[in-house]
Unconditional design. Structure first.
Length: 252
């Protein structure tokens, strides 16, 4: 079952990078880190997402548009503005690419950038590299041929995770807060998406690092972030008490 173990490992490393670095750091600036650690997590995000690497600047711009226009026609990835999940993914892709190629948005960008990684990630050489690497890893580890059918998940892991969050996080689940959009919390204990499916909670307070509110909600990305805070790898952007607040709100 080495193929499934590889897929699970890859899934959660990529997911953590998207949730911790792209979402909570790049988009919302919930915490700070020095240049070394920013480069470290930037590189880890690139390695874990491979050919589906999501540029942090473009991701942040698009994600903040989602918060600003949640579930309206201007939302870059609302399930209520798409016929199905595939239609939503296509619309998201074209919006993302438009932002990526927009030279004006690169001027004085407040979001993390690393031109060496960004330029290579956009090249055909990057795609070729991972098209070789993933099957080669399977070959070296003597993975049965049938499991090569899992390779497309490796190739598209970033967009797949984003699509699951954006579709089900606004379509399926319960709501702790009555908000203007249709955001929902999809799983009582969100372990498959490491806290990202607590969309209703997150839309209630987009600056709160811990996406969980109820006692039965567990945000695994926050658990790791809390450890990194204690180790001094990341630092609070605002007051420590505000960021670390985990007490459920009385507003429901």
């Amino acid at each position: 079952m080495i193929a499934l173990e590889l897929l699970i490992l890859h899934w959660f490393i990529s997911l953590f990078c998207q949730s911790f670095f792209l979402h909570r750091y790049s988009s919302h600036r919930m915490f700070m880190m020095n240049n070394f650690w920013e480069k470290f997590f930037y590189l880890l995000t690139f390695i874990s997402q491979g050919p589906s690497f999501l540029n942090p600047r473009s991701y942040a711009i698009m994600h903040n548009q989602h918060h600003q226009h949640s579930d309206t026609p201007s939302d870059p990835h609302s399930p209520y503005q798409s016929k199905n999940i595939w239609d939503m993914m296509i619309k998201t892709y074209f919006r993302y690419m438009a932002i990526l190629k927009d030279k004006q948005s690169k001027i004085n960008s407040p979001y993390p950038t690393w031109s060496t990684i960004d330029n290579f990630a956009e090249s055909n050489l990057n795609i070729l590299l991972w098209v070789i690497v993933y099957p080669l890893v399977y070959y070296v580890l003597d993975v049965p041929a049938l499991f090569y059918l899992l390779l497309p998940i490796h190739f598209l892991v970033g967009p797949i995770q984003g699509a699951i969050v954006n579709w089900f996080g606004h379509k399926l689940g319960y709501r702790n807060f009555n908000l203007p959009d249709k955001s929902k919390n999809t799983l009582p204990i969100d372990f498959l998406l490491m806290g990202e499916l607590y969309q209703n909670n997150h839309h209630k307070n987009g600056k709160k690092m811990n996406f969980a509110y109820k006692f039965y909600e567990i945000d695994l990305t926050y658990a790791v972030a809390y450890l990194l805070l204690q180790l001094g790898i990341i630092k609070p952007q605002r007051s420590t008490n505000e960021i670390l607040a985990t007490k459920p709100s009385v507003e429901c």
